[in-house]
Write a protein that binds this ligand. Structure first.
Ligand code: NAG
Ligand code: NAG
Ligand code: NAG
Ligand code: NAG
Ligand code: NAG
Ligand code: NAG
Ligand code: NAG
Ligand code: NAG
Length: 296
């Protein structure tokens, strides 16, 4: 009985540590959607615009500090193609552009001759359409994936998870026109931490980003050790292991309070003694874990 328990535990942990230090893996494909209603003819103007569009996005991904770009190709609406990509906020440019390059190939294989398509990876989202996508929140397709492992104290886990999601969502909304991403770790038990990362495309308003993330937060898995919710506009994931590179997301030190508070501002808070800002978005990197962990 005991040895059986030990084996079932140690096997995943063996793979866990094997995976931990490999960062060169291919992006983890999750899902794609093409509505099959909007085809273009081979060798048509739309196809050539689409190829131009995907090339622009691919080259933008090699040079994007925020891991996001939108692009258009073609002059006239019926054949004009619109597209964008979003990379997970902790990825460096090399891994971001690797994901977009993979998506550029695979989306055309999985959705041949389609005017409207989206492909979701754990590392990036790539989509195009014959209609403008910029600043449009999109909740379809709505993809969810649960960690297969059960949690022992689900009640306590959900309490910690909901509070963590509330804080991390607020952090992402504060991203402004830069990256709308936040991650944090929170104690669950004395030996386990919960890690969460949420992100919206930066073209969304804070209002739309919140709507997108709340939808994700309303689909958290009961009784499971982790889960993901992805739409074309936002990314939600939480696990009991570090699945993102926390040091890449560490917030820069807060700028000092401006000496003259703006007019009509509420009473300024008392000058803070030299305490560290509440640890919410300060992260300690333990290990970096590739997203396609064998926990799935
Ligand atoms: C779209 O077409 C492809 C290829 O014919 C097919 O595999 C897929 O199931 C279709 N999708 C929908 C949503 O009908
Ligand atoms: C599309 O163009 C290629 C190269 O110009 C040509 O080989 C192919 O036959 C064309 N296909 C169609 C369906 O016109
Ligand atoms: C991205 O979309 C915005 C809003 O439509 C537009 O102003 C901008 O030019 C677009 N960028 C590209 C590269 O198409
Ligand atoms: C996009 O393509 C679909 C199907 O061909 C068409 O019904 C729709 O009007 C197109 N949208 C635009 C903005 O051209
Ligand atoms: C998780 O719990 C469910 C129901 O409580 C059970 O059917 C399932 O086998 C468990 N899964 C694992 C991986 O332990
Ligand atoms: C689960 O956690 C809650 C809240 O911390 C605690 O009250 C409860 O006793 C725990 N249940 C088990 C079975 O450990
Ligand atoms: C989390 O747990 C560690 C180790 O048990 C402890 O040192 C730390 O203070 C805890 N952090 C919070 C925010 O409770
Ligand atoms: C994590 O991010 C930091 C800071 O950007 C970077 O120096 C480091 O190489 C990254 N680690 C991995 C494993 O990608």
């Amino acid at each position: 009985m005991k040895s059986c328990f030990a084996v079932s535990l140690s096997l995943p942990f063996f793979f866990f540590f094997l995976k931990t230090f490999s960062t060169e893996d291919a992006p983890e494909y999750l899902y794609h959607r093409c509505p099959n209603t909007t085809f273009f003819a081979p060798n048509s103007t739309y196809q050539s615009n689409l190829n131009t569009l995907l090339s622009s996005l691919s080259s933008a991904s090699t040079n994007s500090a925020v891991g996001f770009a939108n692009a258009t190709a073609g002059q006239n609406p019926p054949n004009r193609a619109y597209g964008l990509f979003l990379c997970r906020g902790d990825l460096d440019m090399a891994r971001c552009s690797d994901c977009v390059a993979t998506g550029k190939q695979e989306i055309l294989q999985k959705c041949p001759n389609q005017r409207v398509s989206v492909i979701l990876y754990d590392e990036c989202i790539l989509r195009y359409s014959n209609q403008s996508l910029f600043s449009v929140m999109e909740q379809e397709p709505f993809f969810t994936l649960s960690n297969i492992w059960n949690i022992t104290n689900s009640t306590k886990f959900m309490d910690v998870l909901l509070e963590t999601m509330r804080e991390v969502t607020a952090g992402a909304l504060a991203g402004g026109s830069g990256k709308k991403v936040a991650a944090m770790e929170e104690n669950f038990t004395s030996s386990q931490k919960l890690y969460a990362l949420v992100q919206c495309t930066p073209d969304l308003t804070a209002w739309d980003c919140n709507t997108c993330l709340q939808l994700g937060n309303s689909h958290l898995f009961q009784g499971k050790r982790g889960g993901r919710v992805l739409t074309p506009s936002c990314y939600v994931r939480y696990e009991l292991y570090p699945f993102y590179n926390a040091s890449a997301l560490a917030m820069p030190a807060r700028p000092p309070l401006s000496p003259a508070p703006p007019l009509l501002a509420p009473a300024p808070p008392p000058p803070a003694p030299m305490t560290q800002p509440r640890g919410t978005f300060v992260f300690v990197l333990l290990v970096f874990l590739r997203a396609n962990s064998p926990f799935y």
